[in-house]
Design a protein around this ligand. Structure first.
Ligand SMILES: Cc1ncc(COP(=O)(O)O)c(C=O)c1O
Length: 480
């Protein structure tokens, strides 16, 4: 069994094994014609259940053959130009290389004595990001597992900085379009979901700052404490960016912590042409960035950044076995002092290699391309009588709905859209997402692949219309 341990004696086997795995994936990527096979849980579950985990195959090739059947054959492939579903990006090769290096070396970024240079590399990237945001000289931050964790940590700091310990009095203000991790965080932080005040959005799906002002005033008048305002720079559905300067001014007026959830919009930090869309982000107390959304990084890669490094102390505990206080006096850098996690992946390495190979402009150009594509896609949808499209995108999502020419009930249109999404997924020809707007069923393209073309968008719109029409046709036949 020792032959499976990665060490000096097995370096050659490591090379062979990993190369064999890389070969399989490379072949798959080169020959995948659809983003999905349409496999169902009922198809796959018996195959996975049938594997006897107590009977090892003992052989890499056999294990990879099995994996081909259980996973690789039917995986959802984000690199395919017709994967237009959730906020998953195709990944850049330098980052995948980073992934291979970081898992083999297996540093843990909690303490210097488990990572050495890894800690310094992560710190440089945090500084690079805070500089791009403009958070000032006292800024700091830490890599996290994703936007959900980044938002949770930011709100934890906000709660600890709040002017009262009475959790029942604390309120968080965020738009109706913000990510559900804000509500989850409120619950995890002991405040309950009712602590979140939902602010309506305008027609462009941006938080209405006038309503925010009124709600902050109401809250103050009722003796409640405005703990935080969470602005979103790139909402999950619409890519809309809240009016950051107005929100910053209001947060300052009421002494509330300003958090900007830029999980999606952070790609603008690298954009050579669109950085100005984030104006006002530099006034935040904390910011979430998800490199695994708009920096073309593999999952996971995210960070929470703060204006004032001292606020990170709210996540600090000292343990004799890990990060004793003396390490501060000895000036030994320990990232665990800033993190909710203990053992933590060296995800930063992926971004490091990406910047060292491609440069920030290279990443930003890719994000610009998908934003341009979304703009063209909007024009296509707006000119297509079969579709109703919600807003002109600031980033790279399109939310739309098939609307048949003949008069049909809104409920029937909902069902036709839902059916089209499911039928498309089952066919595997394209993957699109869905959401609700004003209670009605809509479809969504999240465009994060620069290889996707306007022709792909047009073709997928035809496929959707075909499925929806077929559904409506069949239903008419059944009804008559
Ligand atoms: C705006 C926004 N914030 C936070 C998140 C959560 O990020 P993660 O899935 O990395 O936890 C998402 C995910 O889509 C998001 O769109």
């Amino acid at each position: 069994m020792r032959s499976h341990l990665l060490n000096d004696a097995t370096a050659e086997q490591y090379r062979r094994s990993v190369t064999e795995g890389v070969e399989r994936v490379a072949r798959k990527l080169a020959t995948t014609r659809r983003p999905f096979t349409g496999v169902t849980p009922d198809d796959l579950a018996p195959l996975v259940s049938a594997v006897d985990l107590d009977q090892p195959l003992g052989d890499t090739t056999a294990a990879l053959d099995e994996l081909e059947e259980l996973y690789l054959r039917d995986a959802v492939y984000f690199h395919h130009p017709r994967y237009l579903g959730h906020l998953n990006c195709p990944v850049v090769i330098p980052a995948v290389l980073g992934e291979a290096v970081l898992s083999a070396v297996n540093s843990s970024l909690d303490t210097w004595d488990q990572s050495a240079g890894g800690t310094l590399i992560e710190r440089r990237l945090i500084d690079w990001t805070t500089e791009r945001i403009g958070l000032g000289p006292s800024a700091d931050g830490v890599f996290t597992s994703g936007g959900t964790q980044s938002n949770l940590q930011a709100l934890l700091l906000a709660r600890e900085e709040a002017k009262t310990d009475d959790l029942t009095k604390l309120r968080i203000f965020t738009s109706e379009c913000s990510h559900f991790s804000v509500q989850k965080s409120a619950q995890l932080l002991g405040m309950g979901r009712s602590a979140v005040v939902s602010i309506p959005c305008d027609r462009d799906k941006r938080m209405q700052s006038v309503v925010l002002a009124a709600e902050l005033a109401r809250c103050a008048a009722e003796g409640l404490v405005p703990m935080a305002v969470v602005a979103t720079a790139g909402t999950t559905d619409f890519g809309s960016i809240d009016p950051l300067p107005e929100i910053a001014a209001l947060a300052a007026e009421y002494g509330a912590w300003m958090h900007v959830d830029a999980a999606y919009g952070c790609g603008l930090l690298a954009s050579p042409t669109r950085r100005s869309l984030l104006e006002g982000i530099e006034r935040a107390d904390s910011v979430t960035v998800d490199y695994h959304k708009s920096f073309f990084q593999p999952v996971s890669s995210s960070a929470v950044l703060v204006r004032d490094a001292a606020t990170l102390r709210h996540a600090t505990y000292h343990a004799d076995y890990l990060n004793p206080r003396r390490t501060i006096e000895e000036r030994i850098p320990n990232q665990v002092d800033k993190s909710l996690q203990t053992t933590r992946r060296f995800d930063a390495l992926k971004l490091w290699l990406t910047l060292r190979v491609m440069g920030a402009d290279g990443v930003g150009q890719l994000f610009d391309e998908v934003c341009d594509l979304a703009s063209e896609g909007f024009d296509l949808l707006a000119a297509d009588p079969r579709y109703d499209v919600v807003v002109r995108p600031s980033l790279s999502t399109l939310v739309f709905r098939y609307v048949p020419g003949a008069v049909t009930s809104p409920e029937e249109i909902d069902r036709a859209n839902l059916h089209a999404r499911k039928a498309l997924f089952a066919s595997g020809e394209a993957v699109v997402a869905g959401t609700k707007v004003d209670g009605r069923q809509y479809l969504k393209f999240t465009l994060l692949n620069p290889e996707t073309t306007v022709r792909d968008i047009a073709a997928v719109l035809d496929l959707i219309a075909g499925h929806a029409e077929q559904y409506l046709g069949e239903n008419l036949v059944h009804a008559s």
